[in-house]
Design a binder for this molecule. Structure first.
Ligand code: LP5
Length: 241
């Protein structure tokens, strides 16, 4: 059995989510062969050198799970694309490129965070190109921590303001891009997060049944997709109060 989650946006201000995640690790994830975290695991990540006790405790919890035998795979999201090898080493997890194809039951399954599929969101696509550019990453990483924190806060505030004003279809994935990535990766199943619109979409791709499974974000509820043999089910659970 494997588990997939995304968009937990872990931060010290949301201890309800942290508690639910720790509980999820102990109860569900410890029984899984593998746990895939498809991005935006943290609310924001400005570099491994900014790790504090909060992030170290989360890394420790993941390491404890990996020592029990569950393999942990982590993909970057748009908020935590600066997670690096130092965190992964501490957490005992493997960093996955976006996109990644896994094979289960002779099926190729495409895993992505999902932000790169929102191609109609031109303002975000510009920001993404700029932030992911190796030179910008290098320059940002060289800034003092206080400056990085301020920049990240500014970006979050600007993003919240602008996202509220964007039409729903702009902030969702572009169907043509979904078809393109599936064809390019010779897959008929795509699993991603990012849009916070949990669902299982069935459609036809080149005469074959295809599915796009959108993982839910952890906020009012927690979400996890379980793949067990042929079955794929997404469960929603209450966060303890
Ligand atoms: O995150 P979410 O889902 O709410 O919104 C995203 C898009 N927004 C983002 C930005 C992130 O929320 C914040 C990024 C934090 C990164 C941390 C590390 C950064 C490094 C800095 C320090 C080392 O990804 C949002 C999409 C939405 O998904 C749906 O797909 O719409 O995109 C935007 O809102 C982008 C805006 O439209 C354009 C923003 C221009 C900002 C200009 C301000 C510049 C000031 C700072 C310069 C570094």
């Amino acid at each position: 059995m494997i588990l997939l989650i995304s968009d937990l946006h872990l931060e010290s201000k949301r201890l309800d989510i942290v508690q639910a995640f720790l509980h999820f690790l102990e109860t569900h994830a410890s029984k899984a062969e593998a746990l895939y975290i498809l991005g935006d695991f943290f609310e924001v990540w400005i570099g491994d050198d900014a790790m504090d006790s909060f992030e170290r405790d989360i890394a420790q919890a993941l390491r404890a799970l990996s020592l029990k035998g569950t393999k942990i795979y982590l993909m970057h999201g748009n908020r935590d694309f600066l997670i690096g090898h130092a965190f992964c080493r501490q957490a005992g997890c493997t960093l996955l490129p976006d996109p990644t194809v896994i094979e289960l039951q002779n099926q190729r399954i495409l895993l992505m965070h999902g932000d790169s599929l929102c191609t109609q969101d031109e303002a975000y696509m510009r920001l993404r190109r700029w932030l992911r550019n190796p030179f910008s990453r290098w320059a940002l990483s060289a800034l003092p921590l206080t400056t990085r924190r301020k920049l990240a806060r500014k970006l979050r505030n600007e993003s919240k303001m602008q996202t509220r004003q964007k039409a729903m279809d702009i902030t969702d994935v572009t169907p043509a891009e979904v078809e393109h990535v599936l064809r390019e990766n010779k897959a008929h199943i795509l699993i991603h997060g990012h849009t916070h619109r949990p669902a299982i979409h069935s459609f036809e791709l080149d005469g074959h049944p295809a599915r796009r499974i959108v993982l839910g974000d952890w906020d009012r509820y927690g979400w996890a997709l379980t793949i067990n043999g042929e079955s794929m089910t997404q469960d929603r659970f209450e966060l303890a109060t």
